[in-house]
Design a protein around this ligand. Structure first.
Ligand code: NDP
Ligand SMILES: O=C(O)[C@H](O)CS(=O)(=O)O
Length: 484
């Protein structure tokens, strides 16, 4: 059982309209620890009618929440931020237990998640409109920013706190209410955040956490006309499906989808810095982030040095249960994730790749896998075309800037990209040539609350965090005042 300072944070019920509820159905979904397989608890499975009732509650709450001043709404967010800080250790422990990431990373995610609430508790007070110089003397023209309405968020298991606060914070700051459906694998972190939102005084119906079958809840959230906005973070495949389901009600959409990030090391790079950046970008959350490096391109002049140093650093990683201090590589989320990693490695080796580190399941068994480095990788291999979402670093050797930019852009995805170079002309040329929503230059970590996070092409659209994050939850109203 989880040992928490505040056991009240561990809830096994949905949170709807300010109430902790079970479902009508006795069926419940078990949640397991991916490191040990133990059952941590279970959650109710709301049906479509119960989802509809939650939407109606959010709509009722919207009528009053939108009328509060931005300062009032942001005051609630500030208190929520402070309560999360006070309970950060417990939230991290819940997260590691249900998602598997090392405790140090979970603590980092809690701070990352809280930073979005802090950021939008400030941004929300600066949702300025416009006064437009009128082309005729008898009119005054103005633009108002208004909350879009009742929103829905469907979030993935890999960042059980941050992917929720990155949507909920701007929505509430803008005056919207929201229904969140967290991944079945990681509901308890979301429910702990709801406990603290309730304690912060956020009114009933403003924030709702729906648990249960994603297809059932998703079908109602996407079809229901009262829901005016959907924000989704997850795979491109599901994102396309949800977008289609939203078309009948023409919802405003934000889609943060899959990635296939290139990591390029030019011959003028600081190799030790590039190795450090590759470790951070590739193996964060055991490679289970959408902005993880998915393929590495190393110039032939530095290929041997970089490959050997990366293989050594990877071999030194400590794989284990994320709750154990010192572990820096936890389990994959489930058996399916392990199979996908094995499929990508086997395909690469069959097509001529060489194994430089790892390459097989860990002796701990279950969902544990040895962090892996592959050399002599080519664009023909699955691992450079599909998102691995696991701890495998495939290295392709290249010889010219033109060649590597063409290879880096040769994907339907466009979320994150990275490169290391100390030539200022090359830095500008390559940053402008890469077809991605985000570019890391001489760094493997680019995510924070102040910058616009999002992609292009099949990685989706919309931006989260930054001053742009508010736009996703607002509409513009033009008021033309005549007869003056
Ligand atoms: N761009 C980004 O920021 C991110 C992108 N991703 C991408 O997502 C993938 C891995 O994450 P993963 O969670 O497995 O992605 P999925 O797309 O499978 O799931 C994401 C969320 O959507 C839910 N979901 C799945 N199918 C449906 C449906 N038909 N209707 C409604 N909801 C549904 C899932 O619920 P449940 O699992 O409970 O069924 C989960 O809560 C990778 O491709 C990764 O790149 C992941 C995180 C961030
Ligand atoms: O879900 C993800 O992978 C996150 O968006 C990555 S990050 O924001 O933590 O970098």
């Amino acid at each position: 059982m989880l040992s928490l300072n505040n056991p009240d944070l561990f809830r096994q019920q949905a949170y709807v309209n300010g109430q902790w509820i079970d479902a009508e159905s006795p069926t419940r979904k078990a949640v397991t620890n991916p490191a040990t397989g133990e059952v941590l608890g279970d959650i109710p499975c709301l049906n479509e009618a119960e989802t509809r009732a939650a939407i109606e509650a959010a709509d009722t709450a919207f009528a009053s929440w939108k009328k509060r001043t931005a300062k009032e709404r942001c005051g609630y967010l500030r208190r929520w931020f402070e309560l999360i800080q006070q309970n950060a250790e417990d939230i991290a422990r819940i997260m590691t237990a249900e998602q598997g990431k090392p405790l140090a990373e979970a603590r980092g995610e809690v701070q990352y998640a809280a930073s979005f609430i802090e950021w939008f508790s400030e941004e929300g007070k600066r949702a300025y409109g416009d006064l437009i110089p009128s082309p005729t003397g008898d009119k005054r023209l103005m633009v108002m920013k208004e909350p879009v309405g009742v929103c829905a968020a469907i979030t993935p298991w890999n960042f059980p706190a941050a992917m929720i606060t990155r949507k909920v914070a701007p929505a509430l700051a803008a005056g919207c209410t929201i229904l969140v459906r967290p991944a079945d694998a990681t509901p308890f972190t979301a429910l702990a955040l709801a406990v603290l939102a309730e304690q912060a005084g956020i009114p009933a119906g403003v924030l709702n956490i729906l648990t249960g079958k994603s297809r059932v809840i998703g079908a109602e959230l996407t079809a229901n006309q009262t829901v005016r906005k959907l924000s989704f973070t997850g795979s491109t495949e599901v994102g396309r499906q949800l977008m289609a389901q939203c078309s009948s009600s023409l919802k405003k959409l934000s889609l943060e989808l899959g990635g296939n990030a290139p990591f390029i090391v030019f011959e003028d790079a600081d190799i030790d810095a590039a190795v450090e950046g590759a470790m951070m970008s590739k193996f964060r959350n055991t490679g289970q982030t959408c902005v993880c490096t998915n393929r590495l391109y190393v110039h032939n002049a530095v290929y041997e040095e970089f490959s050997q140093k990366l293989a050594q650093a990877v071999s030194d990683m400590h794989v284990g249960n994320g709750a154990e201090e010192g572990v820096n590589q936890g389990p994959l989320i489930d058996a399916g994730a392990v199979s996908k990693v094995e499929e990508h490695i086997a395909d690469a080796l069959q097509h001529g790749a060489s194994l430089l580190a790892g390459g097989e399941r860990h002796a701990l068994g279950g969902n544990f896998f040895k962090p892996t480095v592959l050399g002599n990788v080519t664009q023909k291999m699955l691992i450079t075309r599909e998102e691995t979402f696991g701890p495998v670093a495939p290295i392709v050797c290249f010889s010219s800037d033109e060649e590597v930019i063409q290879q880096a852009n040769d994907t339907e995805f466009g979320l994150a990209s990275y490169f290391y170079s100390r030539d200022i002309n090359r830095v500008w040329r390559v940053a402008e040539a890469l077809e991605y929503g985000m570019v890391g230059v001489n760094t493997g970590i680019i995510s924070n609350e102040v910058a616009p996070f999002g992609g292009v092409k099949q990685s989706g659209f919309g931006r989260e965090g930054s001053k742009y994050g508010m736009d996703e939850y607002q509409t513009l109203k033009y008021v033309c005042m005549g007869g003056l």
